[in-house]
Design a protein around this ligand. Structure first.
Ligand SMILES: NC(=O)c1ccc[n+]([C@@H]2O[C@H](COP(=O)([O-])OP(=O)(O)OC[C@H]3O[C@@H](n4cnc5c(N)ncnc54)[C@H](O)[C@@H]3O)[C@@H](O)[C@H]2O)c1
Length: 377
């Protein structure tokens, strides 16, 4: 029988509450404690999920001393990931940390070293790697079905109101968010881009805050890049495009094109294979709002939801920070536990989660140099 991992969550705000909700339904995990500097947050996260009898703490050291814990889930603000991760690992616990793993590369390197030194593991959350359309693009790329890739792009045309940045105080700050639309929101698609297509060699970027007057970081950035393979690419990320659209990944080359956008929008290869048509049908994007509003009354809610089950969380974060399908978090967590149980690093290991941050920091450096090309570390 697989090991049951005893998990605790530190930081039970918006995303920590998702972990509180998800851990109990992950087959190999159980929730044993929660911690937040603000006691109202732990109580609210447990109440919301009707969980009772779970010990609550305001101090991580005390929780680690008093509870039997295998894994600490770190869901504090991005610039406050380092301390709880290190405290947990130095206490002999493994860590699952929200994206971005950290906002500085030297700190990520230290986190990976500390895990090795203490014989524990660290992995990041990049739940969109468990989206089936993205996995189809990854499998096609790994099998060489695109041929030589000419160009690939990651687009995160999202929207966040000013209120989003006001909440929590840390969002939209260099110190605690590490950046804006790119470090916080586009990190998902940038991770997918490099995961599917391969390492990025250099970037050239422009960015600024276009509509959010009060934030010090960018709400919009555009970037041209070159992959190590020689392929060209584009990254666009924004929180300034009302009402917000789903993120999109595009890959194309001599033998095929694939586009993932709220499903598998394009999946076309010279070597059409058995199963491709089925995949396109099963993962086809749900109808657009205009079409859905015509079909839904005809079919009725039940049949409509059966036919288009993914419409519930349509934009995947595009329109709001809570419009996220939590089953992907669960799959990401279970995959980490399965790998660790087998003595392997997780697919989203610390070193793997570093890659998106390296690209992002190179983009920021380029934007500061008015678009000059910067090599990715
Ligand atoms: N995977 C995703 O799709 C996704 C989506 C949104 C945010 N995130 C990430 O999740 C993290 C948290 O974001 P959020 O929106 O939940 O923030 P939030 O502000 O809602 O919650 C953060 C919580 O951490 C607590 N906290 C801060 N410092 C602490 C400490 N030292 N000890 C204990 N608790 C502490 C705060 O009191 C707060 O309750 C960020 O890194 C963010 O990038 C991931």
């Amino acid at each position: 029988m697989a090991r049951q991992w005893r998990c605790a969550v530190v930081g039970t705000g918006v995303v920590g509450e998702w972990h509180v909700k998800t851990i109990p339904v992950v087959p190999d995990a159980q929730l044993v404690a929660v911690c937040d500097a603000d006691p109202a947050k732990t109580a609210a996260a447990l109440d919301k999920n009707k969980l009772s009898g779970i010990p609550q703490y305001t101090d991580l050291h005390e929780m680690l001393r008093k509870e039997q814990i295998d894994i600490v889930h770190v869901c504090t603000p991005s610039g406050l990931h380092f301390d709880p991760c290190v405290i947990a690992m130095e206490a002999g616990k493994s860590v699952i940390c929200e994206k971005p793993l950290e906002i500085q590369l030297d700190r990520i390197d230290q986190m990976v070293e500390i895990a090795q030194k203490h014989g524990v593991r660290i992995a990041g959350i990049f739940q969109n790697r468990w989206n089936e359309a993205n996995r189809a693009l990854k499998a096609a790329a790994d099998e060489g079905r695109f041929g030589r890739i000419a160009w690939a792009g990651s687009f995160t045309p999202w929207y966040r109101p000013d209120k989003y940045y006001d909440e929590g105080g840390w969002r939209g700050t260099w110190k605690l968010d590490g950046g804006g639309a790119i470090m916080n929101q586009s990190v998902h698609s940038i991770d997918l881009l490099q995961w599917i297509v391969g390492p990025v060699k250099s970037v050239s970027a422009y960015g600024a805050s276009r509509i959010h007057a009060k934030i010090e970081v960018e709400d919009t950035m555009t970037c041209s890049l070159q992959f190590e393979s020689g392929a060209f690419g584009t990254i666009v990320g924004t929180t300034a495009m009302f009402p917000g659209q789903p993120a999109r990944i595009e890959v194309g080359g001599e033998n095929g094109t694939g586009v993932s956008e709220n499903g598998l929008k394009i999946f076309k290869f010279r070597d059409e294979r058995e199963g491709d048509a089925e995949l396109r049908t099963r993962l086809s994007p749900p109808p657009t709002d205009g079409v859905a509003s015509k079909i839904r009354p005809v079919l009725g809610d039940e049949q409509y939801n059966q036919l288009f089950p993914k419409t519930g969380k349509g934009s995947g974060g595009g329109t709001s920070n809570t419009d996220v399908a939590l089953d992907l978090h669960g799959r990401n967590m279970q995959a980490i536990l399965t790998a660790w149980d087998a003595g392997r690093e997780a697919e989203t290991s610390g070193s793997e989660a570093r890659k998106a941050v390296a690209i992002i920091l190179a983009m920021y450096e380029s934007a500061r140099k008015n678009g000059a090309a910067v090599e990715v570390e």
